[in-house]
Design a protein around this ligand. Structure first.
Ligand code: ME8
Length: 530
């Protein structure tokens, strides 16, 4: 396995406040980045804002402010949201920053010189909400945007084009040589059958119909069209083409880095077709993996900023805490499939998995250790009860499966292995009946073994949950008497880790939610991002 990771989210449009769909993508990326770092790998995590384009120009005009003031204000909200969700991005790129603007201009010039970009005239079906041109076949007889379903208009203007034809064959070869490039694999077939086979048009990479963009140096009435501007953020943020290319060398050029883009199904085409082509044109290595996550729906249609049918993550996090929201997003919605946000499922997940299974396991265990051993975790003495071996085997199995699933970006699956361990540990309490063992002095060693095994199962579960439950897992470590150094991932296999630690009774990690009150509260948050 590669030793370093570079992982990115899409850079979101600051055309309106972000909703739970964006929080979903960024949280998943954060979980992956944290899990890699916790296991000792270097991982550089980038997110940002895609600040140019017609939509932003128009929204700013409607708000009576300059586009820059408009995006500054909205991007402030991005920072706050990522702070609230405890996102650990290493950098935040804004496409209006000098470090990006200058390099995009140079990239454009380079492609122009190379003959990969030429001046022509564009006529096509334009969706101004998605800022994308579509072909006749794609818009169909009703002339609707295949992405957002809105009506598209015929549009014509002088524009620069990127010669896609030059790179099609090598893109198909790249797909063949790298079967793991696009996940889920169905996305690759979609790219080939829907876009490449019917004949890929050259990609329009400049606009003259609006001004809020990066001017083309050679012809400043043109601004760089938003996808060439946007996609290159992944390398400009690392210093590509600048005087400080150190991060680019380390996290992009070095073959020992795995480059992973996480993105939603709505923008696969741009990442899986044009991005590798741009990189090839620049003579730069292509990413290793692109993971396409499903979209959150609301009442059967895609939740989106422009439709306003969204769930605002702020009040959700404020009321239920960061862990519950992070957990719901990673565990409930299967990574890779579309999902829907449901207040009932939110409450159910928090109550059943976090309050009843995990929180309760910790609570019961700490109480028993308090009652039977004055709060000191007994030493590990081997497998003393007939059930200890099975629990230990389950712990080993969970670690192994979790790591495998995480490495393959199967985040939902990885977390469900931890849930199973927690369930198994709860069952182990029923099997070993510590309250019966406690009545018999001759069974003291067995009782001690049960407490030690339970403490270790909780430690391992908390360690593996940590990338998701960033607050509660630390509280569990504290209650087990583990310092942060001791709780480190490198100790996960140490059977003596918990020996003789002084536990600390704490408050429940996840108080049970009253569905009768919370379901209507959450339902009330749906549909507005004001
Ligand atoms: O497309 N469910 O920005 P964007 C889940 N600026 N995820 C969702 C979602 C939903 N309903 N809606 C949005 C752009 N997302 C470009 C990207 S990248 C070089 C440029 C997430 O603000 C999902 O990850 O429209 C999707 O791909 C992304 O937000 C689109 O964000």
């Amino acid at each position: 396995m590669k030793k370093k990771f570079y992982i990115t989210t899409p850079i979101y449009y600051p055309s309106a406040k972000l909703h739970i769909g964006h929080a979903y993508c960024t949280t998943l990326t954060d979980v992956f980045a944290r899990s890699k770092r916790e296991r000792g790998y270097e991982c550089y995590f980038l997110t940002g804002a895609d600040e140019h384009g017609l939509k932003i120009e128009k929204n700013a005009e409607a708000a009576g402010v300059t586009p820059q003031a408009f995006v500054d204000n909205i991007v402030e909200g991005f920072y706050k949201l990522w702070d609230l969700l405890k996102i650990t991005n290493d950098d935040f790129i804004r496409t209006t920053q000098d470090r990006h603007v200058k390099v995009v201009q140079d990239i454009f010039s380079k492609m122009l010189e190379k003959g990969d970009i030429y001046l022509g005239e564009y006529e096509g079906w334009y969706c101004r909400f998605c800022e994308a041109f579509w072909t006749d076949t794609q818009v169909g007889v009703d002339h609707l945007c295949p992405d957002c379903g809105r009506e598209v208009q015929k549009a014509k203007e002088e524009a620069y084009f990127f010669k896609t034809g030059k790179y099609v064959d090598s893109l198909l070869k790249f797909y063949d040589d790298n079967p793991n490039f696009l996940t889920p694999v169905s996305r690759k077939n979609e790219m080939i059958n829907t876009f490449i086979k019917p004949g890929l048009d050259d990609l329009c990479v400049s606009r003259t119909s609006f001004t809020w963009g990066i001017p083309v140096k050679e012809n400043p009435k043109h601004v760089v069209y938003v996808w060439l501007d946007a996609l290159t953020n992944y390398i400009t943020a690392l210093g590509y083409g600048s005087d400080h290319p150190e991060l680019f060398k380390k996290y992009w050029e070095d073959e020992d880095t795995e480059i992973i883009h996480i993105l939603g199904a709505d923008i696969t085409r741009f990442h899986a077709i044009y991005w590798p082509m741009f990189l090839e044109s620049l003579g730069v290595r292509k990413p290793d993996r692109e993971f396409v996550h499903g979209l959150l729906m609301m009442r059967d249609s895609k939740m989106s900023k422009s439709k306003g049918n969204v769930v605002d993550p702020y009040p959700l996090v404020e009321r239920y805490g960061v862990d519950s929201v992070r957990y719901y997003l990673t565990r409930e919605i299967n990574f890779g499939s579309d999902g829907s946000f449901s207040p009932e499922q939110f409450v159910e997940r928090v109550n059943s998995d976090l309050a009843n299974s995990y929180g309760n396991l910790l609570n019961r265990t700490i109480s028993m250790i308090g009652k039977y051993f004055d709060g000191i975790i007994p030493e590990y003495k081997g497998q003393l009860t007939e059930f200890d071996g099975a629990l230990e085997a389950m712990i080993d199995f969970t670690i192994e499966q979790y790591e495998k699933a995480m490495d393959d970006l199967k985040i939902t699956e990885a977390i469900s292995y931890v849930n199973e361990l927690v369930n198994r540990a709860n069952k182990y309490i029923d099997e070993t009946t510590p309250w019966v063992l406690a009545k018999d002095e001759a069974k003291k060693a067995e009782l001690g073994s049960v407490m030690n095994h339970l403490a270790r199962a909780i430690y391992v579960a908390s360690r593996l949950y940590h990338p998701v439950l960033v607050v509660a897992s630390d509280k569990a470590f504290e209650q087990l008497g583990l310092s942060s150094e001791k709780a480190d991932y490198q100790n996960i296999k140490d059977k003596h880790l918990l020996d003789n630690l002084q536990t600390v009774k704490g408050s429940p990690l996840f108080p049970r939610l009253d569905a009768a009150i919370e379901v209507p509260f959450i339902a009330g948050l749906m549909g507005s991002n004001k």
